[in-house]
Design a protein around this ligand. Structure first.
Ligand code: AHN
Ligand code: ZN
Length: 349
């Protein structure tokens, strides 16, 4: 009996020793210098306190969906309308409610059809004084006309997916940062007037009629010299059957960021959504942020194909309402963004 126990003890001890030595042997292979919690202090680099590792909180897709619906319930968010003004106040107020420091950057921009738009970029800062920052962005306006529809082509759209979805994900992330703090700064920026541009296919370059908020902000940064480690732009991240390709401008300007974000998605099991395919370049807010502010930012934009544009079938139509929103897509994108945030905090991105 006693022999029996001591044999078990020996077996257990051997297992423990083997396990411990395995850890010691294998650990150095999967850590890089930046992951070492306590680097030796040098003259130029003082000792850093170890980072408290934090697991990302669970993204609540019901909450994100509710944030999309709240925006859509105001009606089309076209500049110079009551719905636009009311929704801006609601977005800013919701970020403030979750403890973020909000700047409402007001500006005027010309509409290509004539007249000016009264616009506002909503800049929500988490840990505003932390110099180590990342940027997540989306546009919050909705398009003034349904040019891709067959009927009511001159009426504005609700933009549940095109506008609402990205902001819904950002608002849910703001809520979760309060629940599970990180020791980095995060800026959640909602750009105005992304979607009021000229879509005429007349061989002319109309790109400057789009992304008016991102154009203004990238030339008038809310903090001079603002430079996050990287940025992620979310555009049409709420439709069913999403497919995120490696968008062309992102790959040219920030291929390493695309790689990191796609590897987060892969580790979460989303390689079927964040696919290993090159996508066509899209003139989106990130283009102006890259060219004017030199910030490395990538565009996560769904292009499932099957349409002439390659965009979702409800793109710039009246079908872009709450029925176009799939909670599962919001969850996938939300989890990937949270993965990028919490891995940046942990030093493992
Ligand atoms: C153009 O159609 C020029 N750009 C697509 C960017 C966009 C529009 N994203 C949402 N709506
Ligand atoms: Zn659009």
């Amino acid at each position: 009996m006693s022999l029996q126990i001591s044999r078990q003890k020996i077996a257990f001890t051997v297992l423990v020793l083997f396990g411990v030595s395995y850890l010691f042997i294998s650990l150095p292979r999967c850590t890089s210098d930046k992951d070492k919690p306590n680097p030796q202090p040098t003259a130029s680099q003082p000792a850093q306190p170890p980072v408290q590792q934090v697991a990302p909180p669970a993204f609540n897709a019901d909450s994100a969906y509710h944030f999309v619906k709240k925006q859509v319930d105001f009606g089309p968010r076209v500049p110079n309308t009551e719905a636009h003004r009311k929704c801006a106040a609601w977005i800013a107020g919701t970020f403030k409610k979750h403890g973020l420091t909000v700047i409402e950057q007001k500006f005027q921009a010309p509409h290509f059809k004539g007249g000016t738009f009264d616009c506002v970029n909503i800049i929500a800062q988490y840990n505003p004084e932390n110099p180590r920052r990342i940027l997540l962005a989306a546009h919050w306006d909705s398009r003034f006309q349904a040019d891709q529809d067959t009927k009511d082509k001159t009426k504005p759209i609700l933009g549940a997916d095109d506008g609402g979805s990205g902001v819904g994900v950002l608002l849910e992330i703001a809520r979760l940062l309060k629940e599970q703090p990180v020791d980095i700064g995060v800026d959640l920026i909602c750009f105005d007037a992304e979607d009021q541009g000229n879509d005429a296919d007349d061989g002319q370059d109309h790109s400057k009629t789009w992304c008016l908020g991102a154009q203004h902000w990238s030339k008038n940064l809310h903090r001079p010299g603002y430079m996050p480690a990287f940025g992620i732009l979310l555009d049409m991240v709420g439709g069913a059957n999403p497919k995120f390709q490696k968008e062309g401008i992102s790959m040219q300007a920030a291929p390493g960021i695309v790689q990191k974000v796609w590897s987060v998605a892969a580790s979460l099991g989303y390689s079927n959504v964040f696919v290993e395919e090159m996508g066509a370049p899209v003139t989106d807010d990130h283009y102006f942020i890259i060219t004017n502010a030199r910030i490395p930012i990538i565009d996560v934009i769904s292009r499932p194909g099957g349409t002439r544009s390659g965009f979702v079938p409800h793109w710039h139509t009246h079908d872009d309402d709450m029925d176009a929103i799939d909670k599962n897509t919001l969850r996938i994108v939300g989890e990937v963004c949270l993965g990028a945030i919490y891995r940046t905090h942990n030093g493992t991105l």
